[in-house]
Structure formats: C-alpha cells, structure tokens
Write a protein that binds this ligand. Structure first.
Ligand code: FPP
Length: 249
C-alpha cells in the first residue's frame, strides 16, 4: 500500500504592507447567499464560512496583526429559525474542538465578547475550554463576538458605570469617553483600525458601535465563504493606503 504522504498546506508569503493595523474587525456576511447560489441549505454556507475564519486568522497572524474580532452571532440572530440557530451553535462547538490545537500551534489566544452566559451551556463550555487552553498564547487575539449587540453592550456599560458610581468607585464628574471605554466588553482591546464587511452590504448592523468611531471601512463584494487569505491581504493593503486624520487635518 502506498505510504500516505502528509503534505503541509502551502501558504503564500504575506505581502509587505507599510501600515499594518493593530486591530481588524469583520462582519462576516453572505453565508446564506453563498449557499443559495449553489442550491445548498444555508447551514452549508455557515460551514464553508468557518473555513474562511480559519484562513483569515492565519493571515492575520502572518501579518503580525494583534487583534481580530469576528461577528459570529448577533443579539438579533436569535430571530432566525431554531434549526439554523442550533446549526450555528453546533458549528461553533465543532470549530472550537477542532481548531484549538491549531490555535495553540499558531500562538492564537481565543477571547469572546457578548452576553456569553445566555448562550447554550454546551457552547459556553466549548468556549471556556478553548479560552482556557489558549490563555498563555501571546500572538493574535482572536475575539469572537457571540450573542453580541453594540447597543446592548453600551447599556451593559452604562449599568457598570452606575454601579461604580453607587459604590463610590467612580466620580460622575470624571466620566469621559476613555473611562467609559473601560466599562465595555472590549475594555482590554484597542479600537479596531479596520472594519471589513463582506457581501457588498454597507451596514454596521449593531456591531461595535462605540469602538468603530474612527475605523476605516472596507467593503468586499465577496460572500464570506469566498473571502480568503488573499482577499484579507487586499483589504489590509487598501487600509494601508488610507490617510487617517481622527478629526484633525
Ligand atoms: C452572516 O451570513 C453570517 C452569520 C450570521 C454567522 C457567521 C458564522 C460563521 C461564519 C460560521 C462560523 C463561525 C465560527 C466562529 C466558527 P448570513 O447568514 O446573514 O448570510 P446572508 O446575508 O447571505 O443570508
């Protein structure tokens, strides 16, 4: 019997990019349409989308990007049919189980933002296991936004501020954008420099409303399952050509 050859997947060298962002956030859109175009069920689109997650995380690591935040399940996604929600949660659990080893190999630290305690217990368990297993990695921080909504996050932030004021830990007069940021789920991360949305849609869809105030936005016409390593590099190159002025001149 022929010996089975283990071939390491060939990765293209990352391009030279003058200005690499520190934090990239992605609205992964178009899984359903990708599947519909192929006469497949929507869940197949999500399954194919998980492969793009892997490819983009790898590309991020290769460019030396420090943070990648992915909109994996929004607060509004609960409105979808129960079968699709279950499929998405199962996919998440499988992804975490199968990719934790890969994350360890690639020095990726997994994190999550959102109202995590409202997710199915099994999904929470897989999430905690992967977060714990990768906690000591110091390469890319891969942040999954799950049961996440920007408005909900701001409300949770306001609640946290009020509690701190009531407990005498914060002086109301001191409250400013910098202090408020420390009450958000994203308090440990810098704001995204670049926001990518796939599938040509030009909407923010309740994603990181506070944090994207000065992010550069790149829209890709591709559906998320078709958005791969080279597309990611292209988006970062487009970002690198932009001039950011943060309200100045
Ligand atoms: C949007 O496409 C995508 C989602 C709501 C879910 C994103 C989930 C994945 C990419 C699956 C894998 C993720 C992880 C972290 C394992 P859509 O369904 O709204 O597409 P449509 O607009 O074409 O209907």
């Amino acid at each position: 019997m022929a010996k089975k050859e283990v071939v390491e997947e060939e990765r293209s060298a990352p391009p030279e990019i003058a200005n690499v962002p520190q934090h990239v956030a992605i609205i992964m859109d178009g899984n359903g349409r990708w599947a519909a175009e192929r006469g497949k069920p929507r869940t197949e689109g999500h399954r194919a989308g998980a492969e793009s997650v892997r490819a983009c995380a790898e590309a991020c690591g290769d460019l030396g990007i420090r943070y990648l935040t992915l909109y994996a399940f929004s607060s509004e996604n609960w409105k979808r049919p129960k079968t699709e929600i279950t499929a998405l949660m199962t996919l998440l659990e499988r992804f975490l189980k199968s990719q934790t080893k890969e994350m360890l190999k690639n020095n990726i630290r997994l994190q999550a933002i959102g109202r995590i305690t409202d997710l199915p217990v099994k999904s929470q368990k897989s999430l905690h296991d992967s977060i714990e297993a990768t906690a000591d990695n110091d390469g890319l921080n891969l942040i999954l936004a799950l049961n996440y909504g920007g408005r909900e996050e701001i409300i949770d932030g306001v609640r946290s501020v009020l509690r701190h004021i009531q407990d005498g830990l914060l002086d109301e007069a001191m409250l400013d954008p910098q202090i408020f940021s420390k009450h958000l789920y994203t308090r440990y991360y810098p704001d995204p420099d670049l926001l990518i949305r796939t599938s040509g849609e030009m909407r923010i869809s309740n994603f990181l409303l506070w944090q994207i105030s000065y992010s550069e936005i790149v829209i890709s016409e591709k559906f998320w399952p078709d958005f791969k390593r080279e597309d990611f590099f292209q988006a970062v190159q487009e970002y690198s050509r932009r001039q950011r002025r943060f309200g100045g001149l």
